[in-house]
Structures are given as structure tokens and as C-alpha cells.
Ligand binder design. Sequence first.
Ligand code: G4P
Length: 190
Amino acid sequence: MKLLEDRILKDGHALNESILKVDTFINHQVDPFLMQECAKDFAEHFKGRGITKIATIESSGIAPALLTSIEMGLPLVILKKQPSKVLNDNLYNTMVSSFTKGTNYELTLSKKVVDENDHVLIIDDFLANGEASSGAIRLFRMAHATVEGVGILIEKEFQPGRKKLGEEGIEVYSLARISSMSEGNIVFNS
Ligand code: G4P
């Protein structure tokens, strides 16, 4: 998506070969109008698939996911991160390892908001190693729901996220695909 790529080139900053800072329009401050255009693109791509719910992982996925849920007229499910294992009969939970941040956390899904009739579209800001999306897919599969696909704002193609999700039979649709980065330099696959 040219609009997002142009914004990444204008306001994003590649810290090194693997980390892209997009603090001023996605992570620490959100450009709602850019997110709305991204949401329209996701809605157009995934229309006609019988999707019943949009889902995301707190916190940076919430803005694009909420706008996608408005665009598609569907509820938004938020998967919550917990620092340690929570014993709660009302939650599905799974452990996620973040390679970027070097942390582990428990990802949870409320049993009240999903069932086997649901067809879910997962929206998130970054696809890096695919651990967060893969954890989200595990949770929806625990609920016997169907994951119809994953929509991503920024995919780092040089990391294994797409391959990992592909092996799980999941379609990934990304609006900006970065094939390589170095300090101050970003190359898109488009
Ligand atoms: P994965 O989910 O694809 O496996 O990625 P990983 O665990 O490596 O990423 C962990 C966190 O770091 C995620 O945010 C992800 O969005 C973010 N991240 C990954 N690569 C980049 C990057 O190049 N730039 C930025 N800005 N973020 C990146 P999170 O921990 O879920 O945080 P948040 O959603 O609360 O912001």
C-alpha cells in the first residue's frame, strides 16, 4: 500500500538491520486517518469470506483492528497479555515468546467472546517472527473457531513470520513488506 510505504519512508526510522521505529504514527502516537485507509484495504481484501469477528493482540494492534472492525461492521476481540500464567476457567491461554523483546508472556482469550461458529480475521501492526500471531491462532483453534487470515501493517520479510504462519495453513496479507533494512535505509518488496 503506497500510502503506508510513503509514510514509513517519511517518518519511520530503521534503527539497524532488524528494528524499524514507527513511534509517531503507529506505536506511541497513532495517525487515525492513515489507520482508516489501512482498514479499508484490509476490509476490501478480506470481504466475502464470511468473517464474523476481528481480533488483535494488545496494544499496538488495537488501532488498525478497531478501524477494520468498523469498516467491516464486526466486533473486535482483544487478546490480552498477562505477565504470568493466570488460572482462570473463563480464559483460553497460551505462552508466547517475543524474540524482539526477549520476553515470554501468557496470551489470553476470553471464552465468552468466541465459539466454534466464528470466522476470525487477526490484525496486527508488525509481523516479525510470527510468534504473537501464531499464539493468537492457537487460542482461536482451542475455541474451535476458524482463522480466515492475518492482516499486517508492516511485514519484515527477512524474518520468518510468513513462513511460520504459512506452515500453519494461514494466509498473510501485509500492507507494507520490507525486504531489507539497514540504519537509515528501508527497502520494500513492491
Ligand atoms: P512476532 O510477534 O512476529 O514473533 O514478533 P516479536 O515477538 O519478535 O515482536 C514482539 C513485539 O515487538 C511485538 O510488539 C511486535 O509488534 C514488535 N516488533 C517486532 N518487530 C518490530 C519492529 O521492527 N519495530 C517495532 N516498532 N516493533 C516491532 P508487542 O510486544 O506486542 O508490543 P505492543 O503491541 O504492545 O506495541
